[in-house]
Design a protein around this ligand. Sequence first.
Ligand code: HGY
Ligand code: MN
Ligand code: MN
Length: 377
Amino acid sequence: MFSDADMEARRWLRDMMGEAGLNATIDGVGNVFGASPNPGPALLIGSHSDTQPRGGWLDGALGVIYGLEVARSLGENQATSHLAIDAVAWADEEGSYLSCLGSQSFCGVLSPEEEISAANHAGETAEQAIARVGLTDVERVRLDTTRHVGYLEAHIEQGPKLEESGDVIGVVTSIVGIRTLHITFSGQQNHAGTTPMDRRSDAAVALFGYAVTLGEQLSELAGPTTVWTFGNARLDPGTESIIAGRADLVLQFRDPTDDVLDRFEQAAFAHAEQAAGSGPVDVSVKRARGPIPPTKMDDHLQAHIARAAEGRIPGRWVHMPSAAGHDPMILSDHIPCAMVFIPSIDGISHDFAENTSDEDIVMGCRVLADAAATIMS
Ligand code: HGY
Ligand code: MN
Ligand code: MN
């Protein structure tokens, strides 16, 4: 997000939206909007155009191009050219700086303090990045509920379910809740050769022990679809001839229900207290970012997607939850949202190998366009 390539892609998209007859703009947080010249009510369609480090070519970008294509094709079709379809590419859904930065700004829920404090791995804050790319004084586009009656997002499933069931379309019922904790281990830096083993306060050993033991506990507490991931493990200073004085670890966990997420969070805090009390290293836990609650998709919009899917590929579509996070986690508090999934080959995502067959990509766009047309008719 906010790299030279990212901003060049946003400018290209803005120009493509303009060529499709939309009033296109990049707003002050990097969102790219293409507004139909038709008066509202309007349906907003899109996704995010930022990606993960070593991310795949479809995560986010698929839904952005679908939004452009649906706006363009319905605009060219005599029967639907009166409909208002707006297209959008959100900024920083992946959280290089702040998860769902762009959709939070659009919904007016982004706090100035977060913009000043949220930083990428290089330590640049969102505010500094926005200034670096010249957007500080650019107006931000805000949700206008007198215009937008709903939001649709198409996305690759990023998992194996559709491919395994032989379905082509997923009608998303809900998005998992996501919580992220930052665990800090504070020990004593010292010489790796001269410090006897029984005199050490080794933050690295504390980190590895915490992760293994907590991982075993979480397996007992998990629900049928709970997932958890340890990431961003850092040892300071991290060389083998110095005992680590400090270590940091991030734990992210996801589940469709808050009570499992609560159980996991309590276990992480309790185990930190137990580890600190029984060993030479201090262990503290804090929320790395605000919890994202499980999010239900709009039933009415889901029904239009299901009907469109049944019309295009009878019987080869399914209602399913999303195990990945998406911008509707933010937007659905403000306007009705729904999502369409298409299969991921081998269930791979957040990797260069991410891919989907051409026919599934085309079918996904057709189903989305059909649903948009019936929603707005
Ligand atoms: O991590 C996610 O679920 C999303 O791809 N940002
Ligand atoms: Mn992603
Ligand atoms: Mn995504």
